[in-house]
Design a protein around this ligand. Structure first.
Ligand code: AMP
Ligand code: MG
Length: 496
């Protein structure tokens, strides 16, 4: 059913939880809301009318200026480990949950306004968002979703007609985020820190019913939830690694139980391969560098396990043993998911004893040659079957250095042992190895054009181009190329 003409009626299952889970409050209206972009396809899949969303009434709703009758907006409470230190009180400081909707697929999703004004948890912040972080989240979260990575989505971006003050004054904006839910590891840590066993039990049950309904009747619900979280995080972070995506702020309040990627603050995709790459301007120690991401996810899961100890077993010792055993499976699950993904990127279906060495040597070579992560894999897809590459061949765009030749010979020999049809294998490799990613220098250029000149054309062009990241077109060369030295972006500031 497509809703049209009136402010959408939302569900409020989270608002039905006990009052200590959140604070009920409405967004703070803004001076002069104006549409930037509506995600029409996503709107339709949620039964929302994209034309209404782009209308004056829709824009007012997306800016938080109107709240539908019967609506129960709220700011959720949570805690979190930030850069390793525990903060018992975080919570939505600049985001308001409007409510929930059911999509085409019957899945319940949250609709949340980010940058919607202060809440009791703003801690001196203004509750607002500059335009830049809103555009970054729109571009990158949509690109991730297109690439098949579980992610929160961007339904719309609106400007507020107000300035926000950071190092300088900047135009303000509000992003409408769609998420399977906003339940974080930090949501459990919040109640664990308060020794609120009852709330932990309620949250476990709610999360299972919402994300893992098949397990809702599990004998040990907390254990079933922990095991599901281990599985979904291993799968998620393996996808990040396979695309060269660096999240930048993997605090436990930014890790969702749904297994979706959330918080596109200081994130970026890597250009030249260097496992130590870090973008966040506040991550001085490189805690969240590319190579550390799988280990940090493991660390975060240990935080979740610890928070769940009071509800895992009546006997504390047995609870800890269950928690430990569940978290201990992470390493193997990550490795399995990552290896399977890498083999798909390399066009390898079968298992051979030398595959691990082949993969390791490729990574060493890529690091030594500092080649572009994305285009190296893309080029391998061409080389897997040059005869069938046709107009997808991007050798002109990105030739591999001669240092790759011996490795390529080994890989070709290994491919020869595969039984797959070369053309089909290549098509699958193109799918696993996109040619277009949200390059950080392009994201920064789109933000600068919009912020400094009110020119949104580069933003729209980038979003449009990334809607099909696989099909190479020579006229889109500039979207595919790594940055020239003067275009390189070394730091990405936090989304505050
Ligand atoms: P983040 O690093 O974006 O995950 O945010 C960490 C915490 O700071 C969360 O509780 C946010 O809601 C809060 N926060 C970030 N920016 C602001 C802001 N401009 N105003 C109020 N709270 C903020
Ligand atoms: Mg956050």
């Amino acid at each position: 059913m497509t809703h049209s003409g009136a402010t959408p009626a939302l569900d409020h299952s989270f608002a039905d939880l006990p009052e200590r889970f959140y604070r009920a409050l409405a967004p703070t209206p803004v001076a002069a809301p104006a549409p930037i972009r509506v995600n029409r396809a996503l709107a339709k899949s949620l039964g929302l009318d994209p034309d209404w969303l782009a209308s004056e009434a829709g824009t007012a709703w997306l800016a938080g200026n109107t709240v539908a009758p019967g609506s129960r907006p709220l700011a959720a409470a949570y805690a979190g480990h930030q850069f390793g230190s525990f903060n018992p009180q975080l919570g939505d400081g600049r985001a308001i949950l409007l409510g929930e909707l059911q999509g085409d697929d019957g899945r319940r999703v949250d609709l949340q306004l980010k940058g919607a004004g202060p809440t009791p948890w703003s801690r001196g912040g203004d509750g607002r968002s500059p335009l830049g972080p809103v555009l970054r989240e729109y571009i990158v979260s949509e690109a991730m979703a297109t690439l098949g990575v579980p992610s929160t989505r961007a339904l719309a971006a609106v400007s507020t007609g107000e300035l926000v003050y950071r190092e300088r004054s900047l135009p303000g904006a509000v992003l409408t985020r769609v998420a399977a839910s906003h339940i974080r590891i930090g949501s459990f840590e919040f109640f664990a820190a308060r020794k609120d066993r009852e709330a932990l039990e309620i949250l476990v049950r709610y999360t299972l019913e919402r994300h893992y309904p098949a397990l809702a009747e599990a004998e040990n619900p907390a254990l079933a939830l922990l095991e599901s979280a281990v599985r979904s995080q291993a799968a998620l972070v393996s996808r990040w690694q396979l695309l060269g995506f660096i999240h930048g702020v993997m605090n436990t309040d930014n890790m969702l139980l749904s297994g979706e990627t959330i918080d596109y603050g200081p994130c970026a995709f890597m250009d030249a391969f260097n496992p130590d790459t870090v973008f966040s301007s506040i991550d001085h120690a490189g805690r969240y560098a590319y190579r550390n991401q799988p280990g940090i996810a493991h660390w975060n899961l240990a935080c979740l396990a610890q928070a769940l100890v009071p509800v895992l077993h009546e006997d504390a010792e047995q609870a800890v043993a269950l928690a430990q055993a569940a978290v201990d499976t992470y390493g193997d699950q990550f490795l399995e998911a990552h290896t399977a993904g890498l083999k798909a990127k390399l066009g390898l279906a079968g298992d051979h004893p030398e595959d691990a060495a082949l993969i390791e040597d490729l990574y060493t070579l890529m690091a030594n040659e500092a080649v572009d992560f994305t285009l190296t894999f893309r080029r391998l897809a061409d080389l897997a079957s040059p005869d069938t590459a046709g107009d997808q061949d991007c050798s002109e765009l990105y030739p591999l250095p001669a240092a790759f030749d011996p490795w390529l010979a080994r890989w070709r020999q290994r491919l020869a042992a595969e039984s797959a049809d070369p053309g089909q294998r290549q098509a699958a490799m193109y799918r696993a190895n996109p040619v277009f990613i949200p390059r950080n220098h392009l994201v920064e250029a789109a933000i600068a054009a919009a912020t400094d000149r009110g020119d949104f054309a580069p933003f729209h062009a980038l979003v449009d181009r990334l809607a099909d990241p696989w099909t190479w077109r020579p006229e889109d060369r500039d979207f595919a190329l790594p940055p020239a030295p003067e275009q390189q972006v070394h730091q990405t500031f936090c989304g505050t």
